[in-house]
Write a protein that binds this ligand. Structure first.
Ligand SMILES: *Cc1c(COP(=O)(O)O)cnc(C)c1O
Length: 424
């Protein structure tokens, strides 16, 4: 079957033909291709078309597709059994690797998705502080759990409304929404809810409204406010962890959160995520304490093997890997700049924005010309290059992207951006 036949078949049984909405290409038009395999930096679809891939499974694949050492670790583990329901030695080893990269991860719990990790970290903050309210930022995404699936309405200081049907308003009532890169909006929420806010959860580099870096002093300011107000600071490092530095955004910006959530890279391409942080707070997690959180497949041996192989490679190759990623990111940024397109970039995560200047927050991001982005997307795809099928996502680079790949992409970018700007 070809791509369109597969899509038709999928649409009859899967909502929208997909298992995660943004895969459906609705923001850019057209229908998705169906992948049969990945090779280094490329995807190959059912019609044997090859695409140079800058989605990288939405972030996990920092070593590209099917890196030999990681695949070997997975197949070796799988041969011994897929799940046991007992502890295995590898779980503590993976947790130790995480703590080695991010020393504030004094205790770690492994889970199966980023959604679970952030949701559970918030539960720990609430259980530890005995407070109910939380602060999040407009345009920051923390997975699809009820209380976090909330954006700002127009007024940042009003109680939030859920972003999805099926989330009772009462679930979102305790979620207060501040403006990214705006410390005053955070302080105002604390002033209006004295002694009631358990935590501030933030994407330390926002990457789900396109890449929006934290402004100088923003993360430091959050740290100060949380300390003063007795609230915990949670970094959602699901994208940034092991991406913007081996120690994530905490290392890159020199700000230490109380709790952090990891996903994507930490699972090496398998469904695995983690949360953790301060020992005093994590010591309240069951079975040690009264904060309940559990998972049949948590710390699954095959997923843990993939994560462990990935983090070991990162530790061994960090000296060359991160500078190389930085350089490739800068080369693509320069290509967009030559085409007159603004860019948000931190290391190997970047987004071209079809606006006059790169956004600082959610309302800036919403003002982008998404029609121009759609033209850019289709031009890139026609050139055999797969970028995120939405303006509000990131481009991800990997160790597998070669110098030739980058050079080819840079010229395709200039061409596609020119077309996109003509079209608007
Ligand atoms: C992807 C993502 C999540 C959710 O992770 P899933 O594994 O998709 O549940 C949470 N936070 C951020 C910042 C993410 O990018």
């Amino acid at each position: 079957m070809n791509n369109s036949e597969l899509f038709e078949r999928a649409c009859r049984i899967l909502p929208g033909g997909v298992d995660s909405p943004v895969r459906a290409f609705r923001a850019v038009g057209g229908t998705p291709f169906f992948t049969v395999r990945g090779e280094c930096a490329c995807l190959v679809d059912e019609e044997e078309n090859r695409y140079l891939d800058y989605v990288m499974s939405w972030g996990p694949l920092i070593f590209g597709h099917a890196r030999e050492e990681i695949v070997r670790a997975v197949t070796d583990a799988a041969k011994k059994g897929l799940t046991f329901g007992t502890p295995t030695g590898a779980e503590a080893q993976l947790a130790e690797e995480i703590a080695d990269a991010a020393p504030h991860m004094e205790m770690v719990r492994l889970v199966s998705s980023g959604t679970e990790a952030t949701m559970s970290a918030v539960r720990v903050a609430r259980g530890f502080t005995r407070r109910d309210k939380i602060v999040k930022f407009a345009g920051n995404y923390h997975g699809h759990s009820d209380g976090l699936l909330v954006r700002a309405g127009s007024g940042c200081l009003t109680g939030a409304v859920p972003d999805s049907l099926g989330v009772p308003a009462s679930y979102a009532e305790n979620t207060l929404v501040a403006q990214y890169n705006d410390l005053i909006s955070v302080q105002e929420l604390f002033d209006a809810n004295r002694g009631e806010i358990a935590c501030v959860i933030v994407e330390p580099v926002a990457a789900n409204m396109g890449v929006v870096p934290p402004e100088e002093g923003f993360l430091q300011g959050l740290r100060k406010i949380c300390d003063r107000e007795g609230a915990l600071l949670i970094f959602d490092e699901v994208i940034t962890g092991f991406r913007v530095a081996r120690g994530g955004a905490a290392q890159r910006y020199g700000v230490t959160p109380d709790l952090a959530a990891y996903g994507k890279i930490v699972g090496g391409g398998m469904p695995l995520a983690a949360y953790g942080g301060r020992r005093d707070a994590m010591s309240l997690v069951a079975p040690l304490g009264g904060i309940y959180q559990a998972g049949t497949l948590s710390g699954n041996p095959v997923a843990t093997a993939a994560g462990l192989a990935t983090l070991r490679l990162l530790r061994e190759e960090q000296g060359t890997l991160y500078p190389a990623l930085e350089q490739k990111g800068a080369a693509l940024e320069a290509a967009f700049s030559r085409a007159g397109v603004s860019v948000g970039r931190v290391g190997s995560a970047l987004t071209p924005f079809f606006t006059d200047r790169a956004p600082k927050n959610y309302s800036d991001a919403l003002s982008c010309n998404t029609r121009a982005y759609a033209v850019y997307f289709r031009e890139m795809l026609a050139a055999g290059i797969y970028v995120a099928p939405s303006q509000f996502e990131s481009m991800f680079l990997s160790a597998a992207h070669s110098a030739q790949d980058i050079a080819r992409t840079a010229s395709a970018i200039e061409c596609a951006c020119r077309r996109a700007k003509e079209a608007k």
